[in-house]
Design a protein around this ligand. Structure first.
Ligand code: PMP
Length: 299
């Protein structure tokens, strides 16, 4: 994957510079201890031809909240970062893009807090993170981080050691992706996406507490409300997911992607007959502004 070349621009601490010219301190606390926060955002070319960052306010708000959760200094204003992101997209000639803001720490080999943070916003073209084919998923031997040990509502760089371990385990065993449980044995989420199941016409998703509360997850709930699909947030057991009619993952990078099987057991419904595919279509229309939530509600 080529993330950048000599002509790529990034936003870096208040300036737009060439990606190849920016430097990071090799003594950064983020690099050594995974003590940083980031976002995963997408922009789309809308039906009217304009470039629109989907739910930009929510993403930059979460970036700020993640930094606060980790006691990282954060003095940026979302509005300015959003403006800068549009500028970077334009400079890079991108419309359908993945956007990666990262807030990182200065040189600090101690565990003491910092007086300063740095920010970079990178953009690149990226297809759906988990592909577009239905997924073969395995229940991971790794659990999601315990909320008593981490600020799990923060999108912190270090948490992704857990994600990478789980994803690599799944791929080494011939699966497409992992599904992780929480420390109580309930279904939690994928390494980089939330999960929904469908059972008897009702859509369920793990309640907040032991998951990253995804912005796409919130969008799916809004879509369900608009489409009159009942949606329930609750603890989901392994048995419940194994007996579900269908299931899907959702996230900014992955968008909405159906799951064919879990631990080699296929879901009962054909993806084309699921509520998931209706939600997937509505999501595509929403991000490209072919449709809005209000329209869904009056349809
Ligand atoms: N869970 C985890 C662990 C993630 O990394 C992501 C991706 N940010 C999600 C869920 C989905 O979050 P969002 O919809 O905000 O992208």
């Amino acid at each position: 994957m080529n993330y950048y070349n000599d002509d790529t621009f990034i936003y870096w601490n208040g300036e737009i510079v060439k990606a190849s010219e920016a430097k990071i301190d090799l003594y950064s606390q983020t690099l050594h201890y995974g003590f940083g926060v980031f976002e995963g955002v997408r922009s789309y070319k809308t039906a009217s031809g304009k470039t629109k960052i989907f739910k930009e306010d929510q993403h930059f708000e979460r970036l700020k909240n993640s930094a606060h959760a980790l006691n990282m200094p954060y003095n940026w204003v979302s509005e300015e970062l959003i403006k800068a992101t549009y500028e970077v997209l334009k400079k890079n000639n991108l419309s359908d893009a993945y956007i990666r803001p990262l807030v990182y720490s200065p040189a600090n080999m101690s565990f003491n807090p910092n007086l300063q943070s740095f920010i970079v916003i990178e953009t690149w073209e990226m297809q759906p993170f988990l592909g577009e084919k239905l997924l073969r998923v395995m229940t991971s031997s790794f659990e999601r981080p315990n909320p008593k040990g981490f600020k799990i509502e923060a999108k912190a760089t270090g948490h992704y050691v857990n994600s990478i371990l789980a994803s690599q385990e799944a791929k080494a065993k011939g699966f497409d992706e992992a599904l992780l449980k929480d420390m109580n044995g309930f279904i939690a989420e994928a390494p980089g996406a939330n999960v929904f199941i469908e059972t008897n016409g009702v859509v369920y998703t793990p309640e907040c507490g032991n998951i990253l509360p995804g912005i796409t997850r919130a969008t799916v709930i809004e879509i369900c409300d608009g489409l009159d699909i009942p949606v329930v947030e609750k603890q989901i057991s392994e048995d419940e997911i194994h007996n579900a009619d269908s299931a899907f993952f959702c996230g900014t990078a992955a968008e909405i992607i159906g799951i064919e099987s879990l631990d080699n057991i296929s879901f009962k419904k054909h993806w084309n007959d699921t509520l998931g595919i209706q939600i997937q279509k509505a999501y595509k229309n929403l991000v490209t502004e072919k449709e809005n939530i209000k329209k869904l509600q009056t349809a």
